[in-house]
Design a protein around this ligand. Structure first.
Ligand code: GDG
Length: 498
């Protein structure tokens, strides 16, 4: 485990303009694209709220116990000063100008890496000036981390926006332990090697002592590519490169099962679920999709499949109703704008063809809902549709399963979501196969309570075994086993893949 908290830490260290003296440095530093707080305005007043999501709560708990500091960007507005601390964690913002945001975030992160790492569902775009800014911004995060971490401390870097940070930090601070976790898929060699800067990205990642992926085959992809492209040696789980040992493993992320279970049993949320079903006209079957509005999530394809089931009479507007929540995402990107436009076209076609006055067949919400409302929807849904073309994990699937404490409910799940390797009780689909989606939905509809219960029990047994705190602890425990100063033998037993 991590070293105990440094009691002399200065809890007021704030906006990152102070260069911390050695005694002010943190034993444990998280580096992520975003800070765990975001700015909002209520009646004209500025407020800082925690950013939503399980990652923030999981890492908050770990950071609180270990004199933690979080380095990240403030968000699009970049206005105002964040609080110096959040729930006892020091915050260190990284400034990114609007021009840099366009090149680093919208450009290289989301128009080069995001599509390339998600099966090239959209053609990745390669621009040298995006790459230059990506390097610059990664250097900025690495410098902030190097200035903030105590001697011999631990730094945990997150996700595809920051893949160069591990090695940049290693060069600045060879004394610290460095972990990196990729939340999205790592692509197969044929795609990754398209990247003109593939060697630089691999070298960047190999600066870490431990590199974590969502599922084992992504970890092996990475190791194989590192051996082939950079001449690293070793196995899929322990690599030797540049005189150092790097561990590689799978650490499947999960949700805060205890919190979600407690909320799912809350009478107010259960009453809200009943109210939602009433508002939907008390249909026999409620089908639900919940996704960030992203072209990787397969939302249109899924709705097309459902539309065909209405058209051929398998589904009926009197008895079957669908709800699709599409959370606004990356709205300044033209791909996302087009995705929204096309999705809304499909939704309105479906209602136009099969709805009645006062009884649409699909209810579409382009909104970020309060988490309680989302849970009420999970409880109200008989069939949950999670059909991404490619997804690192997909937490929505795990949240749905966690909510179904009474073992009812059916999950239709893409075989290309990381969650598919754990949720074997789902009705699996190839999300590219429209007929296959229709078939899986039909099977889910036909499955009786006994089969549904057996499938849900199987999924819950797996999901309820670990929560997001165990995920963070297991990564950090594996990281603590590594010793940046002393290379270990490549034949050593690796960090376990879970
Ligand atoms: C990336 C990877 C990986 C959704 N709608 C609302 C809302 N949500 C929350 C869900 C869930 C989260 O957003 C979505 O997580 P996913 O895992 O499904 O997808 P990404 O955003 O793409 O996340 C993914 C993940 O990182 C973690 O490593 O699993 O593969 O792509 O938690 O509950 N939350 C609220 N209102 C909504 O309307 N409050």
């Amino acid at each position: 485990m991590l070293e105990p908290a440094n009691q002399s830490a200065n809890p007021t260290l704030g906006a990152g303009r102070i260069s911390p003296s050695e005694s002010d440095r943190a034993n444990f530093v998280v580096v992520a694209n975003r800070l765990p707080v975001q700015q909002s305005f209520s009646e004209g007043n500025e407020e800082w709220r925690p950013s939503p999501g399980g990652l923030v709560s999981a890492l908050t708990a770990v950071l609180q116990g270990h004199d933690g500091l979080w380095i990240g960007w403030l968000g699009v507005s970049d206005h105002g000063e964040p609080p110096p601390t959040y729930e006892g964690i020091r915050l260190k913002p990284v400034a990114i100008s609007p021009e840099e945001y366009a090149d680093f975030y919208l450009g290289f992160s989301n128009a080069t890496l995001w599509p390339l790492y998600h099966d090239a569902i959209r053609a990745p775009v390669f621009h040298r000036h995006w790459w230059n800014t990506y390097q610059e911004i990664n250097r900025r995060y690495a410098t902030a981390a190097a200035e903030s971490v105590a001697p011999g401390g631990t730094v945990w870097i997150h996700d595809y926006q920051l893949q160069l940070v591990p090695n940049m930090l290693r060069l600045l601070r060879p004394d610290v332990r460095i972990g990196f976790f990729l939340h999205i898929p790592f692509p197969p060699s044929e795609l990754f090697t398209q990247l003109p800067w593939r060697r630089e990205i691999l070298t960047g990642l190999l600066g870490a002592d431990l590199i974590g992926f969502q599922v084992p085959h992504m970890a092996s992809n990475f190791s194989r590519i590192a051996r082939r492209q950079l001449g690293a040696t070793g196995t899929d789980s322990v690599l030797l490169f540049d005189g150092r040992t790097i561990r590689v493993g799978a650490f499947p992320i999960t949700v805060d099962t205890a919190q979600i279970t407690a909320l799912a049993l809350d009478p107010k949320i259960r009453a809200r679920a009943r109210e939602l079903r009433r508002d939907l006209g008390n249909p026999e079957v409620v089908l639900l999709g919940v996704d960030r509005l992203d072209y990787t999530k397969g939302i249109q394809q899924r709705i097309r499949a459902i539309n065909e089931l209405y058209a051929d009479g398998t589904l009926n507007g009197d008895t079957h109703v669908m709800v699709q929540v599409a959370v606004p995402s990356r709205e300044s990107d033209a791909h996302y704008d087009l995705e929204r436009h096309n999705l809304e076209q499909v939704v309105s076609e479906m209602n136009g063809d099969h709805g009645l006055v006062g009884s649409p067949v699909i209810h579409y919400l382009h909104q970020n809902l309060p988490f309680d409302e989302l849970l009420a929807l999970y409880l109200a849904a008989d069939v949950m549709l999670v059909t991404p073309f490619r997804d690192g994990m997909n937490l929505v699937a795990k949240e749905y399963v966690t909510c179904r404490t009474d073992l009812t409910g059916k999950l239709v799940l893409s075989e290309f979501a990381g969650a598919a390797s754990e949720l074997r009780g789902a009705f699996m689909v190839n999300p590219h196969d429209l007929d296959g989606i229709k078939e899986a939905v039909c099977l889910a509809l036909k499955a009786g309570p006994k089969e549904a219960k057996a499938r849900m029990s199987r999924m819950r047994r797996k999901t309820m075994r670990r929560n997001v705190f165990d995920w963070a602890q297991s990564f950090l425990a594996a990281l603590q086993q590594s010793n940046p100063a002393a290379p270990v033998d490549a034949t050593d037993d690796p960090a376990p893949s879970q």
